[in-house]
Ligand binder design. Sequence first.
Ligand code: FDA
Length: 397
Amino acid sequence: MSECKHHQVIIIGAGAAGLMCALTAGYRGRDVLLLDNAKQLGRKILISGGGRCNFTNLQTQPSAYLCANPHFVKSALARFTQWDFIAMVERHGIAYHEKTLGQLFCDESAKEIVEMLTTECDWAGVKIQLRTEVLTVSKTETGFELHTSEGHFSCESLVIATGGLSMPKLGATPFGFKLAQQFGLRVLPTTAGLVPFTLQPEDKSHFECLAGVSLPVTVTSASGQSFSEALLFTHRGISGPAILQISSYWKPGEAVSIDLLPGLNFVDWYKTISIESPKLSIKNALSRLLPKRFVERLQEIGAIPDKALNQFSKAEVEALADYFANWSIAPGGTEGYRTAEVTLGGVCTDELSSKTLEAKACKGLYFIGEVVDVTGWLGGYNFQWAWSSGHAAGEAV
Ligand code: FDA
């Protein structure tokens, strides 16, 4: 049998959570080895935020996370906050800006975040080994033994930071879920989150010609969760931040309700404009509020009558107001893990300590980041969970 290299702490997965955990444990003087099967560190960080990494959100709070136990995230988020991460970014002289809704992005490149974390790992004495796939893990009397593509390793504390299933082309694997099950931990069913919707055949034929058209909306799920952001028509269905957000709350078979004119009192608007320009067509009037191509399409499919403003009855105006406030779409499905930003579900938080992320039933085994049943909203919340949970485990291992 080949030599077995020992470390106090081994972290599997050099993504956002694994890097933060490694540097935190390293600064505590722990002997840390960080393993990843990839050729490159932090690949998801590099492609995130269109290459500028939306690294946190100023408004980070527990209510921005989906988790079977909504209280679970509180402890880790409180002990390593968005302000702590921003302070690290500032210490490294990385320029950043708020794009919208508290979302912080690098001015230059996501590479700066990876460089910052790598530098910190270096300062903290962390050993990083890439191109090393962990194949199996077994429990020993004093810790864990790992069989990898590059030989055997052993450790006292083992941290699983292997992420979720989204973007398989970036090397996502179900490794972390399988390992949790191997150690008897419950794993909640996983699905794609922050993902575009596909449309049912009739809606698809109605709207695929609008690919590229976007508009601000308020979208509401069947469970009552709402987001006010942009909707984007695509060749396959609908996307844009509002849709990605609501997709995490959507269940197959449900419809989502979309307010196409958020903040507008349609009946009052109609009264004013029909007095000003009674002979104006409804199409031209609505084109002042909505993208013209969208209005034309709604008229072509018979959703809006083809007549002048002075030809509408009060009841017809009210019906139009209701149509625009509650445009209902029942998605055919989602684009799945291929394009999803995150994975919903994962290692059940009942199995973990919210303070340390250690498995209650297996001393020395920790789960952090996306592999855990914690999913943030779009807008930097998922990285913040990776930083906070990574830090919590890094303080404990
Ligand atoms: P992550 O997936 O980052 O890392 C897991 C690591 O484990 C990988 O490096 C993988 O190679 C390794 N691994 C897996 N199995 C292994 C094995 N058996 N052996 C060895 N290594 C193994 N979030 C956000 O807050 N702001 C944003 O701007 C974006 N943007 C964004 C864009 C796109 C396209 C995607 C897909 C996702 C985002 N996200 C995001 C989400 C964010 O990227 C995600 O939540 C975090 O990267 C999760 O970090 P983790 O460290 O948990 O897993």
